[in-house]
Design a protein around this ligand. Structure first.
Ligand code: HEM
Length: 503
C-alpha cells in the first residue's frame, strides 16, 4: 500500500490555533475526572493532535522507538482516539489469547466501511455472526489445505511464466514489478478461474486493487480529529473513495453476471473462489439473492486487498535479503539444487525437505513482516492488560515488527540469520507470540497456507534456475534498504537485479 500521509495544509493552522484555545478553555472549565485508575504509560502528547506528530511516515519504526522508552504496553492518542500499542510477545499473548474475545472486533472508519460493503467482509467485519460465517467459508472452503493443494497447477504455470519473462529480459529485471504482476495473476486465477490482466477492464481492476490499499492505508488528520474531517471533502479524498467503491462493485458485479450467463451450475471446474461462493450462496434454482451477492463481493474484495500486496512485498524483501547476503543465497541454492536437481517443476515432496528454504522464509517474515502493525482491533469493554487499565473503545495495534526485533525474545535480532530457525519449532501459525507476521487469535490471517505455498514454490524456482546479482553492478551490502510507508511496507525503490542461468 502506498503513501501514508498526514495532509496538513497551510490554511489549517488558523483553525488549529482557534481549536487549541477552545481546548484549553474546555479543559479549565470542565476538568475530566480521572476514572482510569492505572493507565498504561504514555509519551507526552500535544493538544488536539495527541501523539500524531510522533508517528512519522514509518509508523512501525517510530512506535518501536517509543516502546523502547515507554515500555511494551503504551497508550497513545491519535487525535482524540486512544490507541494501545503492544510491542512484546507477552503483551501480544495477553491481547490475542487471554482476552481474545474482548479484542475480536476491528475499528471501522468511513473508508474501511465503504470498501468492505459496510463491514460485510472478513477483514473489517465487526465480530459476530456475519464475520463468523464469512471467515469459516474462507478457512474451510476457499483456503483449506486441500484447496491450497488444488491450486498447485496455477502456482506452477504462473511461476513458469515468471521464469520465462526473466529469461526474455536481456538486461536488469524489475523484480518488484514482476512480483506484483505474478501475485495478482495467481490470485485472479484462483479467485475467478481466469486472468483479467490482458483486458482493458482487467487492467483497470488491478489498478483499483492498488487504490484500495492506498486509501485504506492513508493516515489522514481527518481520520482521528473529527473537526478536520472537512479536509477529506475539500481535498477530493472522499470523492476518490466513493469512486473506487463504485468501480470495484461494478467490476465484481460484471464478473458475477458473466458467470451466471455461462451457467456456473453446469460448469464442473468449480475450483475457483467465485464458483465455490456461488455454489454456497445459491438456492436450488441457482439464484443468489441481492444480499448474498453483497457477501460474495465483500469476500472477493478481501481476497484481493489482503492477498496480493502482502505476498509480493514478501517476495521483494526475501530476494533483497538473499542478494544482500551472498552466503545465505549460496546455502539456499546448494540446498534447492541438491534436492530438486534441475527438475523444472519442484515437487511438494522436495519442498518439504528444504529446511533451509523454510528458515529463510521465516527469517524474512521476522525481519520484514509485510503488515508490520497487523490490522488494528478495538476493545469491546474495559479490561486490564499487564496490570494496566484499558478502556472500552480503545484501538489496539500490535507491532509485529518490534516484536520480531525484541531482544527479550531474539538473540542478535538486528541480524538476518535464517540459521536461527533451523532445529527450532518456532512457527508463524499463531502459537509463538514472538513471531506473529500473520497475527494470532481469532482474527489471524486465514491466507497463510495459501501465501506460503506460493512463496516456497516461486523462491525455490528462482534460486534453482538463476544466479542473481545487483542490476547496477553494485555489491549486495550497498543495496538501498529504505522502506515505503503504508499498511504493507514495500521497498522504497524497486528491486532491480540481473539474472543469469545457473550452470
Ligand atoms: C504473505 C502474505 C500475507 C500476510 C503477511 C498476511 C498478513 C495478515 C495479517 C497480519 C492479518 C491481520 C491479523 C490480525 O489482526 O491478527 C491478516 C488478516 C487477513 N488476511 Fe492475510 N496475509 C497474507 C496473505 C493473505 C492471503 C493470500 C489472503 C487470502 C487469499 C489473506 C486474507 C486475509 C483475511 C481475510 C484477513 C482478515 C481476518 C480476520 O479479520 O478475521 N491474507 N493477514
Amino acid at each position: 500500500m502506498d503513501e501514508t500521509q498526514i495532509q496538513f495544509k497551510p490554511f489549517i493552522f488558523p483553525s488549529l490555533i482557534f481549536l487549541f484555545s477552545l481546548w484549553i478553555a474546555i479543559k479549565i472549565l470542565f476538568p475530566k475526572p480521572n476514572t482510569n485508575k492505572n493507565p498504561p504509560p504514555s509519551p507526552p502528547k500535544l493538544p488536539i493532535i495527541g501523539n500524531l506528530h510522533q508517528l512519522g511516515s514509518l509508523t512501525h519504526k517510530n512506535l518501536g522507538s517509543l516502546a523502547r522508552k515507554h515500555g511494551p504496553i503504551m497508550l497513545l492518542h491519535f487525535g482524540s482516539t486512544p490507541v494501545l500499542v503492544a510491542s512484546s510477545a507477552d503483551a501480544a499473548r495477553e491481547i490475542t489469547k487471554t482476552h481474545d474475545l474482548i479484542f475480536a472486533s476491528r475499528p471501522l472508519n468511513k473508508v474501511s466501511r465503504k470498501l468492505s460493503y459496510n463491514g460485510r467482509d472478513v477483514v473489517f467485519a465487526p465480530y459476530g455472526e456475519s464475520w463468523r460465517r464469512a471467515k469459516s467459508i474462507l478457512m474451510l472452503q476457499l483456503l483449506s489445505n486441500r484447496r491450497v493443494q488444488s491450486y498447485r497447477l496455477i502456482r506452477e504455470e504462473e511461476t513458469a511464466l515468471l521464469v520465462k519473462r526473466i529469461l526474455e529480459c536481456s538486461g536488469p529485471v524489475n523484480l518488484s514489478k514482476m512480483f506484483s504482476e505474478f501475485t495478482n495473476n495467481g490470485i485472479c486465477r484462483s479467485a475467478f478461474g481466469r486472468k483479467y490482466s490482458e483486458s482493458e477492464n482487467g487492467k483497470k481492476f488491478l489498478d483499483l486493487v492498488g487504490e484500495v490499499s492506498e486509501v485504506i492505508g492513508a493516515v489522514r488528520a481527518g481520520l482521528f480529529v473529527p473537526w478536520l474531517r472537512w479536509i477529506d471533502r475539500v481535498s477530493g479524498f472522499d470523492e476518490k473513495v466513493d469512486r473506487i467503491a463504485r468501480e470495484m462493485d461494478e467490476f465484481l458485479e460484471g464478473v458475477m453476471r458473466e458467470r451466471f450467463r455461462e451457467g456456473f451450475m453446469e460448469r464442473k471446474e468449480g475450483d475457483n473462489f467465485l464458483d465455490i461462493l456461488l455454489e454456497i450462496y445459491s438456492d436450488s434454482s441457482g439464484e443468489v439473492s441481492v444480499d448474498d451477492r453483497v457477501s460474495i463481493k465483500a469476500i472477493l474484495l478481501d481476497v484481493f486487498a489482503a492477498g496480493t500486496d502482502t505476498t509480493s512485498v514478501f517476495l521483494e524483501w526475501a530476494m533483497t535479503e538473499l542478494i544482500q547476503n551472498p552466503t545465505v543465497m549460496q546455502n539456499l541454492q546448494n540446498e534447492v539444487r541438491e534436492i530438486a536437481k534441475d527438475n523444472s517443476n519442484i515437487t511438494e515432496y522436495e519442498l518439504e525437505r528444504m529446511h533451509y528454504l523454510k528458515a529463510v522464509i521465516k527469517e524474512t517474515f521476522r525481519y520484514h513482516p509485510p503488515v508490520p502493525l497487523l490490522v488494528p482491533r478495538v476493545a469491546s469493554k474495559d479490561v486490564k492488560i499487564k496490570g494496566y487499565d484499558v478502556e472500552a473503545g480503545t484501538v489496539v495495534m500490535i507491532n509485529a515488527w518490534a516484536i520480531g526485533r525484541d531482544v527479550v525474545s531474539w538473540n542478535e535480532p538486528e541480524k538476518f540469520k535464517p540459521e536461527r530457525f533451523l532445529n527450532s519449532s518456532i512457527d508463524f501459525k499463531g502459537l509463538n507470540f514472538e513471531f506473529v507476521p500473520f497475527g494470532t487469535g481469532r482474527r489471524a490471517c486465514p491466507g497463510a497456507a495459501f501465501a506460503v505455498a506460493t512463496i516456497e514454490f516461486v523462491l525455490a524456482s528462482l534460486v534453482q534456475k538463476f544466479d542473481w546479482k545487483l542490476g547496477d553492478g553494485g555489491q549486495g551490502e550497498n543495496l538501498d534498504m529504505s522502506e515505503r510507508p503504508g499498511i504493507t511496507v514495500h521497498r522504497d525503490i524497486p528491486l532491480i537485479a540481473v539474472a543469469s542461468l545457473s550452470k
